[in-house]
Design a protein around this ligand. Structure first.
Ligand SMILES: CC(C)(COP(=O)(O)OP(=O)(O)OC[C@H]1O[C@@H](n2cnc3c(N)ncnc32)[C@H](O)[C@@H]1OP(=O)(O)O)[C@@H](O)C(=O)NCCC(=O)NCCS
Length: 165
């Protein structure tokens, strides 16, 4: 399916909610990642990406948040592709484009909760156990990170929370 990737804009908001509902189903707000977002993480729309189909409909989303864990970093999620458009490479394309956006503004690194097998091709690996945490339970094997520049994570440690003003 032909698609384009663009930065998130306010007019995408309602369609993004529909894609998230369809992709995650009920229970999407129970995830520990949601606690990070509730606790003051700042959405970065110009680094977040949506995928549009040939008619301009939103069929995928990858959001990026500004957070802090001893030092500033980004937090990726939710990532979702409409079930009708899955398994065509769009999920990974969204992740790669969001990473490139974070790198282009000099970001230090990105953390997320997800399957290592899926995110590894984009450069993510399991964060060293105990180095960073979330405000809630998380399987340490699903707590992933990606350093965007050498030394980017040197000062990153502790619980991921709201960015400093
Ligand atoms: C996860 C998701 C975004 C992937 O989107 P997609 O467009 O189908 O992904 P891609 O086509 O880029 O998939 C790339 C690879 O990842 C694999 N993959 C997809 N979902 C996966 C998962 N949950 N765990 C591990 N691997 C997965 C695919 O099999 C594919 O591998 P292959 O190329 O070897 O066959 C999509 O399935 C989705 O919206 N799922 C529901 C929401 C969700 O779970 N989001 C992720 C939260 S971390």
């Amino acid at each position: 399916m032909a698609h384009t990737l663009v930065a998130e804009k306010p007019e995408h908001a309602a369609a993004i909610e529909r894609v998230l509902d369809r992709a995650f189903g009920p229970g999407r707000f129970a995830k520990t990642s949601e606690r990070v977002r509730e606790r003051g993480a700042m959405l970065e729309p110009w680094l977040s990406r949506v995928a549009l189909d040939s008619e301009g409909e939103v069929i995928g989303v990858c959001r990026i948040w500004r957070v802090e864990a001893g030092a500033p970093l980004y937090f990726l999620g939710p990532l979702a592709v409409d079930p009708a458009a899955q398994a065509a490479g769009l999920g990974l394309a969204l992740v790669r484009d969001a990473i490139a956006a974070c790198r282009s503004v000099g970001g230090s690194g990105i953390a997320l909760v997800g399957a290592e097998r899926f995110f590894r091709p984009a450069g993510f690996s399991v964060a060293p156990e105990g180095r960073i945490g979330l405000p809630g339970p998380v399987d340490p094997k699903r707590l992933l990170w990606l350093e965007l520049r050498p030394g980017g994570f040197d000062k990153v440690r502790g619980e991921i929370g709201a960015p400093k003003p």
